[in-house]
Design a binder for this molecule. Structure first.
Ligand code: ZN
Length: 593
């Protein structure tokens, strides 16, 4: 077993005095959340009162209500290009993706009020952007009975949106209008730091706040270094100082945290995984559902406040790391990981404040059930597995070519401000193609899809006919990770995995057996090698030889009658530039508001 001493020392150092800090200062946090109209009304009031605040409508939720962005700009500048040029650090906070977890909604509103009213000092060179409530649809569907077991508030919103989607799985596929609106906001502001606020269930322990920082090995190394050496130490230390010691999100390795914990791997379908594609500093706050709502909201408030101070203290370094990472992603990085796996040979240690786990017999099921005894707190080191290795990499091509027919994919690329060009005229090009050789498909519906996985490919080079208006995307962009991880069919959250290309999986050209019989006979006669292969298979494969259809199909698939586009992945890889004279640039620029 190996250890990575950096993390070990960080956590040991910060958690040394945690057991004392059980009394939290709760001030002015209401025990109940406020409704969507009230939240927006209060942000509107701030906008009316303070010139350094603006409430902007960006787009819509599936349910039809507008999604807002509230911006606090201490110097009253709201033009994004100007802000970037001057050198502001941009923090984006997303709330209410799961409206039953309203801590961030309340904390952000109170923090905005406090900053603007002068109770807290307005940050210097930091722009605070807040999505007050992202899943408005879910926030409007309230119940006393959602979030079973959660310690307040009494009335909470629903996890799904108006199309019953979990928006925290929708950042790549963008099935919802909510996600499309979010993408516009995200790409327009291109935040340096991104925070998605949540409430967690699962194992019980002493901490109010747990934190997901985007998986360190998956982040760009330049960003990851600043994250590990500057950002995380700052956040953990400051949270401890204000009475809310944190621990990484408790993702248990065995049955309870005492058995060890695993770092959370967030693929791009999740908020922080998406944000990592753009070399940002992404976080997910997860307060624990068994802690009182007021305490949870207060800890979220403190975390957000500390994050603003983090942007003041380390904004320059974070922006410089991002700039360098973006340049390297665009120009130097050739290999892009598509799949990751935990490497359990690396283990760290976390000083952990837990509750003893106990096993009792359930009267209902008559089986053992694991629970946690709050009367038996403990403090001890537990194993922490947080090293991931890429298990599948791909070399980026010079460019991808996508026929305009796949407009749902083009729409998502454009929403993400991917630079692309269109062919000026019809043309035939020699390109690298993939055939989908094998894949598995999930048996149950997952977020409106039947996800494909374990995709294997066969490579080929072909002359493909392209038409005027088809799209060319050069892989020389800071968005290369988004481009490669959505367009390479073996990536976990590729558009292929999310069913965007399912049309190609089904054969379209067929035959009538009584007509095909003569043709098949002719084909075998003309091709002795094929004939020998066929006869060998017929002699040795009883399933094959018992089905006329199987035997005819086998010959059909090896004939010129079989369509070449069956199973051919319709995003093509180009290993060279093509003349500018046959290209038209496409504008993807999204206006400020
Ligand atoms: Zn959540």
């Amino acid at each position: 077993m190996k250890t990575t001493p950096l993390l070990l020392s960080v956590f040991l150092c910060f958690f040394a005095s945690l057991s004392k800090s059980q009394s939290h200062s709760i001030n002015s946090v209401k025990s109940e959340s406020v409704s969507y109209p009230e939240v927006i009304a209060q942000y509107q009031e701030l906008t009316n009162k303070y010139a350094s605040a603006q409430l902007i409508e960006y787009g819509f939720a599936d349910g039809g209500k507008p999604i807002h962005l509230f911006v606090i700009s201490p110097d009253k500048i709201f033009n994004i290009d100007s802000l970037k040029k001057i050198g502001y650090t941009i923090l984006l906070i997303n709330n209410g993706i799961h409206p039953g977890e309203p801590d961030g909604i309340m904390a952000s509103l109170r923090l905005s009020q406090d900053l603007l009213a002068g109770k807290e000092i307005l940050p210097k060179k930091v722009i605070v952007c807040i999505i007050p409530i992202y899943n408005i649809d879910g926030a409007l569907e309230t119940s006393l009975f959602f979030r079973s077991g959660q310690n307040g508030p009494d009335v909470v919103g629903f996890r799904g949106n108006a199309r019953h989607l979990d928006l925290n799985r929708d950042f790549i596929k963008c099935d919802s209008e909510n996600a499309k609106t979010f993408t516009k906001i995200y790409r327009a502001w291109d935040p340096d730091v991104f925070i998605d606020t949540h409430v967690s269930d699962g194992a019980d322990y002493q901490y109010v706040m747990t934190l997901i920082d985007s998986q360190k090995d998956k982040l760009h190394p330049t960003v990851s270094k600043v994250m590990q050496e500057k950002v995380l130490p700052y956040l953990y230390k400051e949270m401890e100082k204000c009475g809310f010691p944190m621990i990484p999100y408790v993702n248990v390795w065995g049955e309870s945290p005492e058995n060890g914990m695993t770092g959370f791997l967030e693929s791009p379908r999740f908020a922080s995984g998406y944000s990592a594609l753009y070399n940002a500093f992404p976080f997910v706050t997860e307060t624990h559902m068994l802690k009182p709502f007021a305490q949870r909201t207060e800890s979220t408030y403190q975390f957000l406040k500390i994050s603003i101070r983090l942007c003041e203290a380390h904004g320059t370094e974070m922006r410089a790391a991002r700039k360098k990472a973006n340049a390297m992603t665009a120009n130097e990085q050739k290999d892009f990981p598509l799949q990751w796996k935990l490497d359990s040979s690396y283990v760290d240690s976390l000083y952990f404040l837990g509750y003893k786990s106990i096993v009792k017999k359930s009267e209902v099921t008559q089986r053992d059930i694991l629970s946690f005894d709050q009367q038996q707190p403990y403090a001890k080191n537990v194993a922490y597995y947080n090293t991931y290795k890429s298990v599948l990499n791909v070399q980026k091509p010079t460019a991808y070519l996508i026929p305009q027919a796949w407009h749902e994919v083009i729409e998502r690329l454009q929403l993400n401000q991917i630079e692309m060009q269109q062919l000026k005229r019809d043309t035939t090009l020699k390109v690298a193609v993939y055939y989908i050789k094998n894949y598995n498909t999930g048996k149950t519906a997952y977020e409106g899809h039947y996800l494909h996985n374990q995709v294997s490919l066969k490579n080929d080079t072909q002359l493909i006919q392209f038409f005027k208006g088809d799209y060319l995307i050069y892989c020389n962009q800071s968005s290369n990770r988004y481009i490669v991880e959505t367009l390479e069919p073996q990536a976990v959250d590729a558009f292929f995995a999310w069913n965007f290309f399912d049309g190609i999986l089904q054969q379209k050209e067929w035959f009538s057996d009584y007509l095909w019989d003569d043709v098949a006979q002719e084909i075998l006669k003309e091709n002795p090698t094929l004939k020998a292969e066929f006869e060998n298979k017929r002699a040795n494969d009883s399933t094959f030889s018992s089905s006329s259809w199987a035997m005819y199909s086998w010959i059909f698939e090896r004939s010129k009658w079989y369509e070449p586009s069956h199973l051919r992945y319709p995003v093509y890889r180009l290993d060279r530039k093509i003349p500018d004279s046959i290209l038209i640039p496409v504008s993807n620029k999204i206006s400020n508001h």
